[in-house]
Design a protein around this ligand. Sequence first.
Ligand code: SAM
Length: 239
Amino acid sequence: MDNVTEFTFKPIGIIHSCFTQKFGIPRQPGLVTAATAELELLPPFNRRECFNGLEVFSHLWVSFIFHETLSEGWRPTIRPPRLGGKKRVGVFASRSTHRPNPIGLSVVKLKSISQESDKLSLQLSEIDLLDGTPVIDIKPYLPYSDYIADASNGFAPPPVANKPVTFSQQAQSFCHQYQQVTGRNLSLLTHQVLSQDPRPAYLQNSYEREHSIQLWDVNIRWHATPDDFHINYMEPVNN
Ligand code: SAM
């Protein structure tokens, strides 16, 4: 067998994401349209000419490293949450983060390219990326060849948003003030994230626990009822 060489990748950029913890990140991009991130380009790739022409594309392929689970290694089989966490499939039949080469691949929306002195960044949305994710490559998404209308979803059909999301009075006024100060639509992001029901499969029929989730620098406490997801309380993370 040819001697297979090992490669080292140099990140071209770092993701600054609304998802500041793994819990709650949608399983794939495009599911939470309010999810935004900034891809800050790193030297020597933070040169505007490297991105000339990119602005005419609406979406990008982003290749990245699953840095948060690196230390957990890889497994030959995994139990996809979509199969209730019980059935095992091969790691290469999944989009698991625990892969021999921990490379992720997401199609995300390109909102704009911004430059402030030597800081060059891409503003992205509809992401599924954790804050701090190292990016190793980006390419324009080409629907004529990348979109396959009759492709099969296999055992991973698109998730359905199943229950309404309701906000306590305190959460509503927190979102309003937060948006006044930061310009961020916390209410919409929270609504879209919770409507994906981020809880693990084994908890999806239980209603006793209060859960907490972190989006940007906000801690959100919520619980599920048979009829909705109710947001009890919101507060700044370092409160
Ligand atoms: N769209 C990518 C793909 O198919 O390769 C990622 C799919 S993976 C199932 C999506 C999950 O990866 C998210 O729900 C989140 O929990 C996890 N994730 C996102 N960024 C990560 C990071 N930097 N390190 C580890 N896990 C990450």
